[in-house]
Design a protein around this ligand. Structure first.
Ligand code: TYD
Ligand code: MG
Length: 481
């Protein structure tokens, strides 16, 4: 007799439980457990009787058919995938709804189809007419992409098994797909996982590359494509602030390429435009006249990117001051604040601190420490930093400025964008070479940097206090006289 295999599966992380509970102990999310039949397609009785098939074992040195890559025709997309889509690989493109995943893939598939490849676009979300409308808006109606609005994985696999093997198949989105082999409703973790498995099997068997689109919602209501992440070869995340035009494509995982590359796009009325020089874009709306901003000379993958860090340090009456950060690591900010307090005598416990990376970029490099510290101190003492300077360097817990990789690339980009000076770690001066056109200010400790900035400004809020202090003796004198 078949065993009862109903269990409660977390729709966020896929953990299974025998009983319902409010909180998933695996990922800590609340109210994400749903009842599902996890028995899979094959009844237990048959499964146990099936005799194992034998297969040949191979050597590591053996020759595999080459893994040629299919270029997408978009430089920024190729940069993130590591040079194009690998035959038989499966890639997940995740992102918030409305960020532009369908737009990006419509553009890329059209380009590849125009280059003469068989490309199939399966839309599970939109009707064929809607997809056509988008293509028309993008001026890509003439591209020979093969289009269908389907959601049954079995039907899709049967259809695609006929004729020439497609070079690339886009499944938009994996959450809308369903397979007969499991009984759960479409969109549940079990369905998403089984559908993805069937499609991955198809890709490996035929050599077609598959792109799965996955919506990520913050509250975990829709089955998170996170359960698919470890099944696929690469995971790309498409990010951006809703209010801004910039979109950043980032490789979160990549079996065939680097994971630190980013592709930068701009959403326009005519679809996504590739941004080949992101620094120019991120610095285009710089506010030159205000204290609290510093330009960070960063590296994203192989490419230098200059971006503005904005800080606001303001006195607070709250017992626990606010620490808010956008585009950078919260714990990294806490560390920089702690070092400023402990080693540089900068008292911030009575101040709210806000830090923002302009342009919607997310920075992961520790090299941003020095730029962040400079922006914070600049805001605190109300002193504007030189507008023609870039900053980079990692801060250690002892307050020493540590060297970072790729100093020459950072400096070269700064020169290219018209900057005149660089504030960098003392120990990186050697790497800088004789780079003409930049005056180098090498600092070895955070204390030096703070002293240099503080010399130019006065503490916000203490300005009036010190003015009063100076005035007091004069009043006394008048009173005496
Ligand atoms: P879409 O690709 O449908 O997002 P996703 O597939 O990630 O859900 O893009 C939706 C948004 O993009 C929508 O708000 C409109 C905007 N958009 C443009 O601004 N310009 C365009 O040319 C297109 C096609 C979309
Ligand atoms: Mg879409």
């Amino acid at each position: 007799m078949a065993k009862n295999t109903l269990s409660f599966v977390c729709q966020n992380c896929g953990a299974a439980y025998n009983r319902w509970q409010g909180k998933c102990e695996s990922c800590g999310e609340w109210n994400t457990l749903a009842e599902e039949d996890t028995s899979g397609s094959v009844p237990v009785s048959i499964r146990s009787k099936r005799k194992g098939r034998t297969f040949a074992l191979e050597s590591l040195a053996g020759k595999s058919p080459d893994a040629p890559r299919l270029s997408s025709g978009m430089t920024e997309l190729d940069r993130v995938t590591g040079g194009g889509f690998v035959r038989g690989s499966v890639l997940l493109v995740g992102g918030d709804p409305g960020i532009g995943k369908s737009t990006l893939l419509t553009q890329a598939t059209s380009m590849m189809a125009r280059a003469g490849h068989r490309i199939v676009y399966i839309s599970g979300e939109e009707a064929v007419a809607q997809v056509r409308l988008r293509a028309e808006r993008l001026g890509l109606s003439d591209a020979p992409v093969q289009l269908a609005a389907e959601t049954s994985v079995e039907d899709i696999v049967s259809t695609l098994s006929e004729g020439a093997v497609p070079r690339l198949i886009v499944i938009d989105s994996i959450q809308t797909m369903w397979t007969d082999t499991v009984e759960s409703a479409p969109g549940t973790v079990t369905q998403v996982r089984a559908s993805a498995q069937a499609l991955i099997r198809f890709a490996k068997k035929t050599g077609a590359a598959i792109i799965l689109v996955g919506h990520v919602t913050k509250d975990g209501q829709i089955a998170g494509p996170r359960v698919v992440e470890h099944m696929v070869d690469a995971v790309l995340s498409f990010e951006g602030e809703g209010s801004q035009q910039f979109r950043i494509l980032r490789a979160v995982k990549n079996r065939f390429g680097p994971t630190d590359e980013i592709g930068v796009f701009e959403m326009t009325g005519l679809g996504l435009r590739e941004v080949t020089n992101p620094s120019e874009l991120f610095l285009s709306e710089r506010d030159l006249g205000t204290p609290g901003t510093a330009v960070f000379a960063g590296i994203e993958g192989t490419r230098p990117v200059l971006v503005e860090l904005q800080a606001l340090v303001a006195p607070t009456s709250l017992g626990t001051p606010r620490r808010a950060v956008v585009g950078w690591d919260q714990s990294r900010l806490s560390m920089v604040l702690a070092v400023l307090e402990a080693h540089c005598g900068v008292k911030l416990s009575g101040h709210d601190v806000y830090l923002n990376v302009a342009g919607g970029l997310r920075i992961h490099e520790p090299a941003a420490d020095m730029a962040a510290a400079a922006a914070l101190v600049s805001s605190l003492v109300n002193a504007q930093l030189p507008t023609d300077a870039v900053y980079f360097g990692e801060i250690s817990l002892s307050g020493v400025i540590r060297p970072v990789a790729q100093t020459p690339a950072r400096l070269k980009e700064a020169v290219k964008l018209g900057f005149k000076r660089a504030v960098l770690p003392e120990s990186a001066r050697g790497d800088a070479g004789g780079d003409a056109g930049l005056s180098l200010n090498a600092v070895n400790s955070l204390t030096t940097l703070v002293a240099e900035i503080a010399a130019k400004g006065s503490r916000r809020g203490e300005q009036s206090a010190s003015a009063e202090k100076n005035a007091t003796p004069a009043r006394f004198r008048r009173g005496e006289g």
